[in-house]
Write a protein that binds this ligand. Structure first.
Ligand SMILES: *Cc1c(COP(=O)(O)O)cnc(C)c1O
Length: 504
C-alpha cells in the first residue's frame, strides 16, 4: 500500500479546465436550445433522484480526463428528470426566475475570481462596481436621488434575496426607533394581509414576533377590492397600538403582491405613518417590489411608485424579471447610517486603514453575512449587454403578452378574471356555474390546474384570494409571464390547452 500522504492533489490543470469549461458551456447552450422539449414541471416522484445517487462519496476522484464523461452522463440521466424548467418558455408559475447568457457569464466570472468582497479593501473593484451599477439602475428606474450613493446619506447594495432585504430594513428600523424612543415598549410591524411571508419571517428572526401566529406584533392590515393595503385600516391599527403603549416601528408596503400583483398606495401609507407620529418616532417604511420593481425601468409603469420619495428603503429582485440569475436583490435606502448602526461590528482582524478613513463603503455593514460574492458582475453584464433599451423592450413584451391573455380570458364565458391584471400577471379562473357552491368552483379550478401541469405542456400555480364584500375566498390560477424565451405562440398554446381542458 502506497503512503497516502505522498499523493498529489489532482487539481484540474489549465488545459483540462478549459476543455471541461467549454464542454459545460456547450451543455448549457444545448439545454437552452432544447427547453421546449421537456415537460415543464418535473415529473419525478419523491426519492426518485436520490435513488439514482450513490450512498457514499467517491474515494477515488475523477481526475481531469475522460472521467468527467460520467458527470455529463449523470446530468442527463439523474439531474434533468428532476428539474422543473424555470427557463422554459411555457413556465408561467410563481414569478419568473430569469437566467440569461450575460448573467451566467458574470456568475462564472465571479466564481473564477473567487473573491470575498466584504470590505472595500478585500477587493476594491467588487465594492466600487456594485455601487456604480446600483446607481445606474436607480437612475434608469427614476428612483429618488436620496437612494443613490451620490446623496452621501443613502445608497444601494446587492442583497441575496427580497427576504434578506426586508430583514435588513427591519433591523435598521428597530435600531433607529429604539434610539429615538428609548424604552421597552413592544415593537409592532405592519404589512397587508397580501404581503409576502418574508415580512413575518423577518419579524420572527428579529425577535419582534414570537412565532408565525403572533398577530399582536405583526399586524396584517386588511386590503381593498383590488387587494391593495387599505391605508385607513393601517392608520387605525397604528393608532390602536400607540394608545395601548406599543411602538409601531416598521411598515412594509408591497409594490406587486405575490398573489395578485397588487400595489399598496405609498402616498397614503406614508401619510398614515406621518399623521400618527410614527414617522417622527423613527418608524420605517420599506417597499417590497420583489417582482414588479423591474417594470419601473419603463416610464409608463411608474405610476404605482408615486410617493417613493417618502420611503426609507426599496428593494426588488433583478433575479426575478430582469434577466439576472438568482441570487440578486437590489436594495436601496435613504438612511445608510441606520444600517450601519444596526449591523456594524468591527473585530480587530477586520480593521484596516481604508475603512478607518471613512472614505470607502464596506458592504458587510449593509447585510447579514460577513462574506459576499462579486454579484455586481452579472448585473453589470446584463446592463451592458441589453442596454436600458433592451431591458425596457423585454418588460414591455411580457406585459403585452399578458394583455393578450387577459383579453382571451374575457372573451371566453367559461372563464373570468379574478383580479385586475398587474403588468405581466393575470389571475383568472373557471367561472362559477349557476347554482354552484364556491367549493365546487374551487375544485374544478384545482382539477384544471393539475391536469394542465401533469400534461407537461405548461406550468402554472395558484393562489387563494380573499373574498370581497362578504364573498368567500376563491381559488384562482396565476398566469405569470416572464421567462426570457417566452413568445406569443407559447402563451397562445397554453391558453388553448386551458380551453381544451375546460371542456372536459
Ligand atoms: C418573490 C417575493 C419575495 C421573496 O423573494 P426572495 O428573493 O426569494 O426572498 C418577497 N416579496 C415579494 C412581493 C415577492 O414576490
Amino acid at each position: 500500500m502506497s503512503d497516502e500522504r505522498d499523493e498529489a492533489v489532482p487539481h484540474l490543470n489549465a488545459e483540462e479546465f478549459r476543455r471541461l469549461g467549454h464542454q459545460m458551456v456547450d451543455w448549457i447552450a444545448n439545454y437552452w436550445a432544447r427547453l421546449e422539449s421537456f415537460p415543464v414541471r418535473s415529473q419525478v416522484a419523491p426519492g426518485e433522484v436520490a435513488a439514482k445517487l450513490p450512498l457514499h462519496a467517491p474515494e477515488e476522484g475523477l481526475g481531469g480526463g475522460e472521467g468527467w464523461d460520467a458527470v455529463f452522463r449523470d446530468l442527463d440521466a439523474v439531474v434533468l428528470p428532476g428539474i422543473t424548467h424555470w427557463q422554459s418558455p411555457s413556465f408561467f408559475a410563481y414569478f419568473p426566475a430569469n437566467a440569461s447568457g450575460p448573467a451566467v457569464l458574470g456568475e462564472l466570472l465571479s466564481a473564477g475570481l473567487g473573491v470575498q468582497g466584504m470590505l472595500w479593501s478585500t477587493s476594491p473593484a467588487a465594492t466600487e462596481l456594485e455601487t456604480r451599477v446600483l446607481d445606474w439602475l436607480a437612475e434608469l428606474m427614476a428612483l429618488p436621488q436620496a437612494f443613490r450613493s451620490t446623496s452621501g446619506t443613502g445608497g444601494g447594495v446587492i442583497q441575496g434575496t427580497a427576504s434578506e432585504a426586508t430583514l435588513v430594513a427591519m433591523v435598521a428600523a428597530r435600531a433607529r426607533v429604539r434610539r429615538q424612543r428609548p424604552g421597552d415598549a413592544p415593537l409592532v410591524a405592519y404589512a397587508s394581509t397580501q404581503a409576502h411571508s418574508s415580512v413575518l419571517k423577518a419579524a420572527m428572526l428579529c425577535g419582534v414576533a414570537r412565532d408565525a401566529s403572533d398577530t399582536l406584533h405583526v399586524r396584517m392590515v386588511e386590503t381593498d377590492a383590488s387587494y391593495a393595503m387599505n391605508p385607513e385600516a393601517l392608520q387605525r391599527a397604528l393608532g390602536e397600538d400607540l394608545a395601548a403603549g406599543r411602538q409601531p416601528f416598521f411598515v412594509c408596503a408591497s409594490l406587486g403582491t405575490t398573489s395578485s400583483g397588487a400595489f399598496d398606495p405609498l402616498g397614503p401609507v406614508s401619510r398614515a405613518m406621518g399623521d400618527t407620529g410614527v414617522s417622527a418616532a423613527g418608524g420605517w417604511l420599506h417597499v417590497d417590489a420583489a417582482w414588479a420593481g423591474a417594470a419601473l425601468l419603463c416610464p409608463e409603469y411608474r405610476e404605482p411608485a408615486t410617493g417613493l420619495e417618502a420611503v426609507d428603503s426599496f428593494a426588488f429582485n433583478p433575479h426575478k424579471w430582469l434577466l439576472t440569475n438568482f441570487d440578486c436583490n437590489a436594495f436601496y435606502t435613504r438612511d445608510r447610517s441606520a444600517l450601519l448602526d444596526a449591523l456594524s461590528v468591527t473585530p480587530e482582524y477586520l480593521r484596516n486603514a481604508a475603512s478607518a478613513s471613512g472614505a470607502v463603503i464596506d458592504y458587510r455593514d449593509w447585510q447579514v453575512p460577513l462574506g459576499r460574492r462579486f454579484r455586481a458582475l452579472k448585473l453589470w453584464f446584463v446592463l451592458r449587454h441589453y442596454g436600458a433599451k433592451g431591458l425596457r423592450a423585454y418588460i414591455r413584451e411580457h406585459v403585452r403578452l399578458a394583455g393578450l391573455f387577459e383579453d382571451w380570458v374575457r372573451q371566453d364565458t367559461r372563464f373570468e378574471l379574478a383580479a385586475p391584471r398587474a403588468l405581466s400577471l393575470v389571475c383568472f379562473r373557471l367561472a362559477p356555474r349557476p347554482g354552484e357552491a364556491p367549493s365546487e368552483t374551487d375544485a374544478r379550478n384545482r382539477a384544471l390546474l393539475e391536469r394542465l401541469n401533469a400534461s407537461g405542456s405548461a406550468f402554472l400555480t395558484h393562489t387563494v384570494l380573499p373574498g370581497v364584500g362578504g364573498a368567500s375566498a376563491r381559488y384562482v390560477l396565476r398566469m405569470a409571464i416572464g421567462a426570457p424565451s417566452t413568445e406569443e405562440r407559447h402563451v397562445r398554446a397554453c391558453w388553448e390547452a386551458l380551453q381544451r381542458l375546460a371542456e372536459t
